[in-house]
Ligand binder design. Structure first.
Ligand code: DX5
Ligand code: ZN
Length: 226
């Protein structure tokens, strides 16, 4: 794998009373992307936030905004999300009967498309969409909440996605989301993930955002070094 390991800081765990400062702090500390979790209270139990927060995040950083849509009918919102500043738009296979159409729609709107699968959704469902996407998000927890425990069986899925992408000769980003911290980051990277989403491990780090990001980075570097 030649893609760099990137860190996408999930603002779900940020302090919304000072969101702009939190995002700026993550950027200064070396986050590569800002991960933005949109939840509708239907596909997943909670309602998180929508367009105004994406627009506010856009004003706070020049980093790519990695928008993760945990909503039904994502196709109704793609253009407005991109207009608000989304650089990446990732939709769940579980919400999209017309997944190929939505992926094209995201690209035409000017963002890069990703598809996400829940822990119990099989990787084989991605077979016919893989050539059309720039990223696969393998959920490493059931979506909806921050601070959950990493589901170990998802490691095999990460490996499977990487193998399928390599067989196609298609260099896609493989993102993991949920329960990622210095203890789990090395094994997801070893299994082929290259974009690590972290909320609690960044914005909830006891030593602060910079210390959280440094701990994540060090864990991966240490592991890659042997
Ligand atoms: C969960 C969200 C995640 C969440 C991860 O449904 O998609 O992005 O912020 O939180 P942590 O890093 O705390 O597991
Ligand atoms: Zn997410």
């Amino acid at each position: 794998m030649t893609l760099p390991v990137r860190l996408s800081a999930s603002i779900l765990a940020a302090d919304f009373a000072c969101l702009g400062q939190q995002i700026a702090e993550a950027e200064r500390a070396g986050a590569d992307w800002i991960h933005v979790d949109v939840m509708d209270g239907v596909f997943v139990p909670p309602i998180s936030f929508g367009l105004p927060i994406i627009a506010a995040a856009r004003k706070s950083t020049s980093l790519p905004l990695d928008v993760h849509l945990m909503i039904v009918h994502p196709e109704r919102h793609v253009e407005s999300m991109v207009a608000a500043g989304a650089s990446w738009v990732t939709v769940h296979t579980e919400t999209c009967p017309h997944l190929h159409r939505v992926v094209q729609q995201i690209r035409e709107a000017g963002a890069r498309p990703g598809v996400a699968i829940n822990p119990a959704t099989p990787v084989c469902l991605l077979e016919d969409i893989l050539p059309f996407v720039d990223m696969v998000l393998v959920m490493t927890v059931n979506p909806g909440f921050g601070g959950q425990r990493f589901v170990d069986t998802t490691l095999r899925k990460v490996r499977d996605v990487r193998a399928r992408a390599e067989a196609l000769g298609h260099e896609i980003e493989i993102e993991v989301d949920g329960g990622i911290h210095a203890g789990t980051a090395p094994e997801v990277v070893a299994n082929g993930a290259n974009v690590l989403v972290a909320g609690t491990a960044v914005f909830g780090a006891p030593g602060g955002v910079a210390a959280g990001i440094a701990a994540l980075r060090e864990s991966v570097v240490r592991d890659l070094a042997g």
